[in-house]
Design a protein around this ligand. Structure first.
Ligand code: DON
Length: 351
C-alpha cells in the first residue's frame, strides 16, 4: 500500500501495525515532581494531569499502525509514552517515554526551521507556501493544481521542497545541517533508524514522483533524487517522547532549548512555525484539533505527536496506532485531557 493520496478512505486503508529500534533516549532532562519550573502551573498539577491521562488511555486499543512503510507495521502497538517539559527543562512523564521511534513528518517542522533560519521566513512562503492544501499529505493532484506553489512545508511536496532549499555544497553538508538542527532541538545527538530508512527508501516511489514534479516546477535547486533521499533520511531519525517534549519546549520558549539553554533558532521564526503547525500540523484534522486544544501540534505516521503551549511547555507523545486522519489515537486523547486539566488552551487566556 503506497498510494495515500486519493481519499481519506485511502488513508485509513493504508494504516495498519509493527517494531522499530529499541533503546534509551536520554534527553538529558531529569524528572520533576515538585515544581512547575517557573510557569504558573505547579509540578504536582502537571504530574497529576500526565499520570491521569496515561492511566485513562493506556489500555485504549483504537486505531492501527501505519503500514505503507512496512517497518512501521512491525512496531508494537501497545507502546505509550507521555512527556512534558516546562521552563527550566523540568520533565514530567509517564509510560514508554524513552522508547525510540522514527520521527516521520514531525521532522518537517525542524527542517522548515532550518530554512527559515538560513534564508528567512519569506523563503518558505515564496518557495513552498504557507497554506493548507485541503488534500492528503502526499497528494500529487495538489501539486498539479497549484503548479507546485501555495502549499506548506508539512505536506510531502512542500517538505521535499523545503529540504531542497537547505543551503549546502553537497548532500552530506545538507544532511549534516538537517541532523544537527534536529539534535539541537532535542538537546542530544540523534541518529537515523536504519531499518525504517531502508524500508521507506524501498517503497517511496510516490515521494520520488512528487520530488520530480516539484523539481519540474522549479520549487528547489537540488537534484530531486537527492532531495527525496535526504527527506526520507530525516523522516527516519529516531526520537523518543522525551525528545519530542524537549523539541516542543524549545519552540514554546522562543527557540531556546530549556535543557541545554542553547538558542537553536532566532525567536522571530517561532510564530511562523507555530502558525504552520496550527493550520497544517494534523493533516485533514488540523481544524478539529485546534478547535479542541488550541495547541500548535505536529503529527508523524510513526505514532509521535509534539504539541507546543507557548511560554508554558512542550509535550511529546508516542503511541503507534493512528486514526483515519493519520494521527496517534492515544496521543491525541492524552494531550487533549492534559490541556483541559491544566487550562492550557492559548485561546482561553484572557488576562
Ligand atoms: O513521506 C512519508 O510518507 C513519511 N515519511 C512521512 C509521513 C508522515 O508522517 C505524515 N506526513 N505529513
Amino acid at each position: 500500500m503506497n498510494d495515500m493520496s486519493l481519499t481519506r478512505r485511502g488513508l485509513v486503508a493504508g494504516l495498519a501495525a509493527g517494531v522499530v529500534g529499541a533503546g534509551m533516549a536520554g534527553a538529558g532532562v531529569s524528572p520533576a515532581h515538585a515544581q512547575g519550573g517557573g510557569s504558573a502551573l505547579s509540578g504536582g498539577q502537571i504530574d497529576a494531569a500526565v499520570n491521569a491521562a496515561y492511566a485513562k488511555y493506556r489500555g485504549l486499543a483504537e486505531g492501527k499502525n501505519a503500514d505503507y512503510i512496512p517497518a512501521l507495521a512491525q512496531v508494537p502497538s501497545q507502546y505509550f509514552g507521555i512527556a512534558l517539559v516546562g521552563s527550566d527543562g523540568k520533565l514530567h512523564e509517564a509510560g514508554d517515554t524513552q522508547q525510540l521511534f522514527s520521527i516521520q513528518s514531525i521532522s518537517k517542522v525542524f527542517t522548515a526551521a532550518l530554512v527559515m533560519q538560513e534564508s528567512g521566513d519569506q523563503k518558505i512562503e515564496d518557495s513552498v507556501g504557507v497554506d493548507a492544501t485541503g488534500a492528503v499529505f502526499n497528494s500529487i493532484v495538489a501539486v498539479e493544481q497549484y503548479r507546485g506553489k501555495e502549499m506548506n512545508p508539512f505536506v510531502n511536496p512542500g517538505a521535499i521542497a523545503t529540504v531542497g532549499n537547505v543551503k549546502g555544497a553537497s548532500p552530506d553538508e545538507v544532511w549534516g545541517k538537517i541532523l544537527k538542527i534536529h539534535s539541537d532541538f532535542a538537546g542530544r545527538q540523534l541518529e537515523v533508524n536504519q531499518p525504517v530508512y531502508k524500508s521507506e527508501s524501498d517503497t517511496n516511489q510516490r515521494n520520488r514522483a512528487i520530488s520530480a514534479l516539484m523539481s519540474a516546477y522549479e520549487r528547489f535547486p537540488m537534484d530531486p533524487a537527492v532531495a527525496v533521499d535526504l527527506y526520507t533520511r530525516q523522516c527516519s531519525i529516531n526520537v523518543s517522547a522525551r525528545d519530542l517534549a524537549v523539541m516542543g519546549a524549545t519552540l514554546a520558549f522562543g527557540g531556546r532549548n530549556p535543557v541545554t539553554k542553547k538558542q537553536v533558532i532566532d525567536t522571530k521564526h517561532v510564530p511562523g512555525l507555530l502558525a504552520l503547525m496550527s493550520t497544517a500540523g494534523m493533516y485533514d484534522d488540523s481544524g478539529k484539533w485546534l478547535f479542541h486544544t488550541g495547541l500548535p501540534t505536529k503529527s508523524g505516521v510513526g505514532g509521535g505527536l509534539v504539541s507546543v503551549c507557548p511560554g508554558k511547555f512542550g509535550i511529546g507523545t508516542f503511541a503507534p496506532p493512528l486514526d483515519a486522519a493519520g494521527n496517534s489515537v492515544r496521543g491525541q486523547r492524552a494531550i487533549t485531557d492534559i490541556v483541559q486539566a491544566l487550562g492550557a488552551n492559548p485561546y482561553a487566556q484572557f488576562g
